[in-house]
Design a binder for this molecule. Structure first.
Ligand code: ZN
Ligand code: ZN
Length: 366
């Protein structure tokens, strides 16, 4: 496939600039599946991909047939026994002396094994090269994320119609996951969050055991996403089951204002810190400075959390094609939490918002 070939070539150019001979993607039982998928399109869990001018894929007999079918254009070595020996032979035959590897996903143990079994090669750690390439998406990738978001929103509508007093968080989360899988998702993008009442005040709540039942007068928070063709979506909406209290209305409006301000003010060239500040200032003014304890958002792509980061500690600047979440929240422990999360593409003139689920009517009738 042309698109993967281009990505491999781009990586080769950087290798040449840095005086390195090759780049080694080591995905052992999914340890670097995202970069392997980005560079080859292979979705299996075991693959060693050697990137140079003549890229080579090493895998074991569990996957070799799949590689031949999915990646017929790639040179393949099926390794029986120790893959390290197969890799050493290839590196030796190619005469490589300096080989880069991803320092983020390679364990100390694996590096020790490489050094022990492959002599005459210097293994050079590099930080996040492929992750950087992945941050700005092309239109082909954005279409997949758009499709994932469409299904995510359809599922959320389906779930809301099924909210009844007595239903548990766990039942809702599992039923919704089943709906997503039956309706075209490869998988959910993360463990779906369904949080009722006081549980919504925990930003990364897990509905496990999730035995809390929905009652009239509860806040109901859904943070959901799916994976389609390798790409993720991420969406949060918060509702009130029954007639909303004055406190809920006030806090909801504040979070919505923070979300809208950040969406309006973010475009290519804005830093992650400044995007975060747009939302944070609105929440500070409303008196909830301490109750917005996480960053504004994150990149979404092959992984549900990837570069860039939008937060007060971010070092990133937004570029055209990045796909990011805008998700301010206010959390009142023991009471409730509200988060509104949208997903958007960074464009030169502003954000193109991919999520369209309404956020102006959080009131659900029991
Ligand atoms: Zn989310
Ligand atoms: Zn998110």
């Amino acid at each position: 496939m042309e698109i993967f070939r281009k990505r491999q070539e781009k990586l080769c150019e950087r290798l040449a600039e840095e005086g390195l001979d090759a780049f080694l993607v080591l995905s052992l039982e999914s340890s670097d599946y995202a970069n392997l998928f980005y560079l080859t399109g292979f979705s299996g869990s075991f693959g060693v991909f050697l990137v140079d001018r003549e890229p080579l894929f090493l895998t074991d007999p569990r996957y070799s047939e799949r590689v031949r079918t999915e990646l017929p254009h790639l040179a393949l070595v099926e390794v029986r026994g120790k893959w390290l020996a197969g890799l050493a032979a290839e590196l030796g035959a190619r005469g490589h002396r300096k080989v880069a590897f991803n320092s983020r996903t390679t364990t100390v143990k694996l590096l020790e094994e490489l050094r022990e079994h492959v002599s005459g090669v210097e293994f050079v750690p590099v930080d996040g090269w492929v992750e950087e390439m992945r941050a700005a998406k092309d239109e082909w990738e954005i279409e997949k994320i758009r499709a994932a978001m469409r299904l995510t929103e359809e599922g959320l509508s389906w779930a809301l119609e099924r909210l009844t007093p007595g239903v548990t968080e766990r039942e809702m989360a599992l039923d919704l996951e089943m709906w997503y899988r039956k309706n075209g998702a490869e998988d959910v993008a993360f463990e779906l969050i369904v949080a009722f009442g006081e549980h919504s005040a925990m930003p990364h709540y897990r509905p496990n055991p999730g035995t809390r039942e929905l009652r009239k007068g509860d806040v109901a928070l859904f943070d959901v996403g799916v994976r389609i063709a390798g790409y993720c979506s991420d969406l949060t909406r918060t509702f009130f089951y029954g007639e909303p209290t004055a406190e809920f209305r006030r806090v909801y409006e504040l979070v919505r204002e923070a979300n809208e301000r950040a969406i309006q003010g973010t475009r290519a060239g804005v830093s992650g810190v400044d995007a975060d500040r747009l939302a944070r200032e609105a929440i500070d003014k409303g008196g909830y400075r301490e109750e917005f304890g996480h960053g504004l958002g994150h990149g979404v792509g092959i992984q549900v959390h990837e570069a860039p980061r939008l937060s007060y500690t971010s070092e990133d600047t937004l570029q055209t094609g990045m796909v990011v979440t805008i998700e301010p929240g206010i959390y009142l422990p023991g009471k409730f939490g509200i988060r509104i999360e949208d997903l958007a593409v960074v464009r030169p003139g502003g954000l193109e918002v991919l999520s369209s689920f309404p956020k102006d009517s959080p009131h659900l009738s029991p």
